[in-house]
Design a protein around this ligand. Structure first.
Ligand code: NAD
Length: 478
């Protein structure tokens, strides 16, 4: 892989090839075609990488990717239009506008858990915004990565859209180059490496990171509906290997037993008596992550808190949906992002305490609340800071392209989805155009008290000062 890739692509970008709406539309239409024609290949790759159930592949990756493309195609012409804004009195007469321009050559570094969607979604926005783009998919999902390397050159303009496969070595070579934006999805530790590399060239970054996403469960709910939604948002999203999957539940001590009972019933209905055999549950992505996860529950003090599940199969890399109640607060399970099938429940005396509990930790990517209590909903919406909030469901907020998706604080920098992806890869260029009329002599040296009076009046919005300025007072020789 060339250490001059960014530079080479900058050459293509500078020809102006990626700027016209026609180029962008052609590429996006080709991506729609690719998704439609290669749906089975994509699904097979996701199954090879994660044993991802085909239904999940379609719902969570393929249909969302196609939806993002179609949304961009529909919005593109409007998004590309300059925004006319009012002209200021200080520049009268003039016209002012904001023109969205492509940033240039951008790098997308993607993660393994939704390896198709997380790669293609930012690429769609980068193309829509008129950039040249390099995609570096995750090496931890090798089947999807190599499918991208094969398919993209078949469908899109390879002089401006490229795929580079590889891990740390290849990504480091990429990070050593000068990009106009780096869009990274993954954990915060690597996010810091990406940001440090970007800082050397003052390259802006979008960091789509993770964290511990809490779910507050009040007792004033439709329990069966709430538990089905929590269960599908946890185990029905890659078996918990999802950035916005619930990481832990907070509920009251009085309600915990009822909640666990309901979780048990729903889990049996979803995945049967032996969930390790269920075709509807993804496996853990690889041995390293399997070991990382099993270590979290190895400690006796933690293992003793398991109330549901806990079964593992190292050969199949499968872990059953597992619920724990009041695991030790200082355990790795409770301090770091779990990113797997364990769902600990934290109990509090009063549900209102849960907001302080969340705010005591790092800002999550998503936070959820189940309640019919409007006051609690209001407190939650006002007082919890997270990338996104969702009341009475989990994860689904990301399916609305009118909502920005991204983190805050430790969960990330910047956002995307829908037009926000276009904005993420655009510079909003301020453009002011004047003619040669409206010459205000008062702005030019030598600075006299009279000129100062006119200018102060002008800045304060005085009509009289405007007339004086426009008439060219104080008069000067040409
Ligand atoms: P990962 O291991 O696939 O790593 C992400 C990318 O970083 C890969 O492309 C990888 O090649 C690259 N990388 C790894 N080490 C590197 C290094 N030393 N230098 C340069 N690049 C390097 O994914 P991950 O980090 O395990 O992903 C899981 C994390 O991502 C979780 O924290 C999860 O919450 C978060 N995540 C966030 C989102 C989101 O949209 N906010 C989506 C998915 C995952």
């Amino acid at each position: 892989m060339a250490a001059t890739l960014a530079q080479d692509l900058r050459g293509s970008f500078r020809t102006g090839r990626t700027r016209p709406a026609e180029w962008r539309t052609t590429q996006l239409k080709a991506l729609v075609r690719m998704i439609e024609e290669k749906e089975d290949d994509i699904s097979d790759a996701l199954h090879a990488d994660l044993a991802k159930p085909r239904m999940e592949s379609y719902l969570h990756e393929i249909s969302l990717a196609k939806g993002a493309c179609v949304f961009a195609l529909k919005g593109l012409k409007t998004w590309m239009k300059p925004d006319k804004v009012p002209a200021a009195i200080t520049t009268f007469p003039s016209t002012a506008q904001i023109i969205p321009e492509p940033l240039g050559v951008v790098l997308v570094i993607s993660a393994w858990n939704y390896p198709f969607l997380l790669s293609i979604d930012p690429v769609i926005g980068a193309i829509a915004a008129g950039n040249a783009v390099v995609l570096k998919p995750s090496e931890i999902a090798p089947a999807t990565s190599s499918l991208f390397a094969k398919l993209l050159p078949e469908y899109v303009d390879n002089s401006c859209i490229k795929v580079v496969e590889g891990g740390v070595t290849e990504t480091t070579v990429l990070l050593d180059q000068k990009w106009d934006k780096i869009f990274y999805t993954g954990n915060g530790n690597i996010g810091r490496i990406v940001m440090a590399a970007a800082a050397k060239n003052l390259t802006p970054v979008a960091l789509e990171l993770g964290g511990k996403c809490p779910v507050i469960v009040d007792s004033n709910i439709d329990l069966h509906v709430a538990v089905k939604r929590i269960a599908v948002g946890k185990w029905g999203c890659n078996n918990g290997q999802a950035c916005i999957a619930p990481d832990y539940i907070i509920t009251t001590k009085a309600f915990a037993a009822e909640l666990v009972d309901s979780l048990k019933r729903v889990l049996v209905r979803f995945y049967g008596e032996d969930p390790l055999q269920s075709e509807d549950l993804s496996r853990i992505v690889n041995v390293n992550h399997f070991r990382r996860l099993t270590l979290l529950i190895e400690d006796k003090e933690v293992a003793d808190k398991i109330v549901l599940g806990g079964e593992i199969d190292e050969k199949l890399l499968k872990i059953a949906p597992t619920v724990l109640v009041d695991a030790p607060p200082d355990s790795a399970l409770m301090t770091g992002e779990i990113f797997g099938p364990f769902l600990p429940i934290v109990t509090v005396e009063k549900i209102e305490e849960s907001i302080d509990y969340i705010n005591a930790g790092a800002k999550p990517l998503a936070a959820y609340l189940f309640t019919k209590n409007k006051k609690l909903q209001e407190d939650f919406v006002t007082n919890v800071s997270a990338g996104g909030l969702l009341v009475n469901d989990v994860a689904l907020h990301l399916t609305n392209p009118h909502l920005p998706f991204g983190g805050v604080g430790d969960s990330g920098i910047g956002s995307y989805h829908g037009k926000f992806t276009f904005d993420c890869f655009s510079h909003r260029k301020a453009v002011l155009i004047r003619g040669f009329g409206g010459e205000a002599n008062a702005r030019y040296p030598p600075y006299t008290p009279e000129k100062q009076r006119i200018l102060r009046g002008l800045i304060k919005g005085s009509f009289f000062a405007l007339i004086l300025a426009l008439l060219g007072f104080p008069r000067e020789k040409r």
